[in-house]
Design a protein around this ligand. Structure first.
Ligand code: IFM
Length: 443
């Protein structure tokens, strides 16, 4: 994709340039949520890792806010930890409110505009014990939490994401059993999806009731599923049908319901009509694509099997294919389907030695720029992540940071890609590809 002949490409002057993090992955000491309990169970997390002190943000996020500012970032997506703010049902913790106010103020005073996620994978222990996303009561619990957050923090944040990657919650939590509550039962998925949708919609209305000017969107994981090379025309047709069906279930059902599109297809989930029209913007979390093949023996996997296609570039830990063109495809698809402003609310890769990240960043931003030129209304890019952090079941093994973190010493070390991104954020433009020679360790 990159050619040195390409001239500088400019982004809109009000474009948001930032990074994204989440509370449990960076704060440390989040002992009151379901993930903390999960981490204590042997065999759940790679290498027996735990979130522990994480990146020590609860005590000192400000040191990393300084780093964001020094790297010319003007936006940051972070999450509030429900289990800190409401450690027991109905009991609100004023000290936690004060600390989050201090953090949001800390971002704004550095000219970094926050986007606030209310729930990023973790549930308070009391909510998980009460049935978590399977209980219809969660809709009311979550609406109350959202309203209170809007009251406490509405003067410091304009943009809100109620629930991060609901499709990942359903898939990894209830079908593949890798996230709490570690269920392997696809039959539980529709009920959980329904409650996630209704909780989102209730939060949307609660936030708007408190702050009519607030903007409430979603941050949705979109994974491209492309059929791999097939041995026959019949196999190719089956692969395409299976890929499309899974793509709809994973990528589009959530956005179709919230945008009010294709109501007839989503009616099967039941009782979700109230959710239509509850997204002001769409956040795209794009990481990778998967090549797939139809497999009648894998009902739990949606009758799909993953393929490795020779020549694919893959990131650390076999996290996924590096496929920048996918970002352009996804942005065009989202725009054509929903016509809502879009933010890339996450995009990144695990790459400890930073040999892929500079080109990854460059090529993905080139793809984003191509989408802008095609008329897509993309308003910002939030790289995942500023710093290495606790990567869920992969523990500390996968390094997503522009800045490396040693969790034992809390020492930070900038990777070369941090400087490349800083230069892009500073200038608001993608320079000619020659720049990669300066930043890439192995161009
Ligand atoms: O670390 C996660 C994040 O919490 C949600 N989106 C994907 C990231 C990388 O796996």
């Amino acid at each position: 994709m990159v050619t040195s002949a390409m001239a500088e490409r400019r982004f809109p002057s009000d474009f948001r340039w930032g990074t994204a993090t989440s509370s449990h992955q960076v704060e440390g000491g989040n002992v009151r949520n379901d993930w903390w309990l999960f981490e204590q169970q042997p065999g759940r997390i790679k290498g027996g890792d735990r979130s522990g002190l994480a990146c020590d943000w609860w005590r000192n996020a400000e040191a990393d806010f300084d780093r964001m500012a020094a790297l010319h970032q003007n936006a940051h997506r972070l999450s509030l930890e429900w289990s800190r703010l409401e450690p027991e049902e109905g009991r609100w913790d004023d000290a936690a409110v004060a600390r989050y106010r201090q953090m949001l103020h800390g971002l704004r005073s550095r000219a970094i505009e926050p986007v606030v996620t209310l729930q990023h994978f973790t549930l308070p222990r009391w909510a998980a014990a009460g049935g978590g996303w399977e209980s219809p009561r969660i809709v009311g619990w979550f609406a109350g939490y959202a309203r209170r957050c809007a009251e406490c923090f509405g003067d410091l944040a304009e943009a809100w994401v109620p629930i991060n990657e609901p499709n990942v919650v359903v898939t990894l939590g209830y079908i593949m059993g890798r996230f709490p509550p570690a269920a392997h039962n696809i039959l539980r998925a529709p009920r959980v999806t329904r409650h996630l949708l209704r909780a989102h919609a209730a939060a949307y209305r609660a936030i708007h009731a408190v702050g009519p000017r607030a903007r409430v969107g979603t941050a949705h994981n979109i994974r491209i599923l492309d059929p791999g090379p097939a041995p026959s025309r019949l196999a190719a047709a089956l692969d395409r049908r299976a890929a499309d069906a899974n793509s709809w279930a994973f990528n589009w059902v959530w956005l179709d319901v919230l945008s009010g599109r294709a109501a007839h297809r989503v009616r099967r989930i039941g009782q979700v009509e109230e959710c239509a029209g509850t997204v002001d913007f769409i956040g795209v979390n794009y990481y990778t694509r998967e090549h797939v093949r139809f497999d009648p023996w894998r009902p739990q996997g949606g009758f799909l099997r993953s393929l490795r296609v020779p020549g694919e570039a893959r990131s650390d830990g076999d996290y996924g294919e590096v496929y920048p063109e996918g970002l352009r495809r996804v942005l065009l698809d989202v725009w054509q389907r929903y016509r809502r402003p879009i933010y890339v609310t996450e995009n990144g890769l695990p790459d400890a030695d930073d040999d892929l990240r500079p080109r990854f960043l460059y090529d993905h931003l080139a793809a984003l720029h191509a989408a802008l030129e095609a008329g897509v209304e993309v308003r910002g890019y939030y790289h995942w992540s500023l710093i290495d952090n606790f990567e869920w079941t992969d523990g500390w093994a996968l390094k997503f940071g522009l800045i490396a973190v040693d969790p034992a010493t809390q020492r930070r070390t900038e990777r070369p890609s941090a400087r490349l991104y800083a230069e892009i954020c500073r200038s608001g433009a993608l320079p000619g590809a020659d720049v990669l020679r300066e930043f890439a360790q192995r161009p």
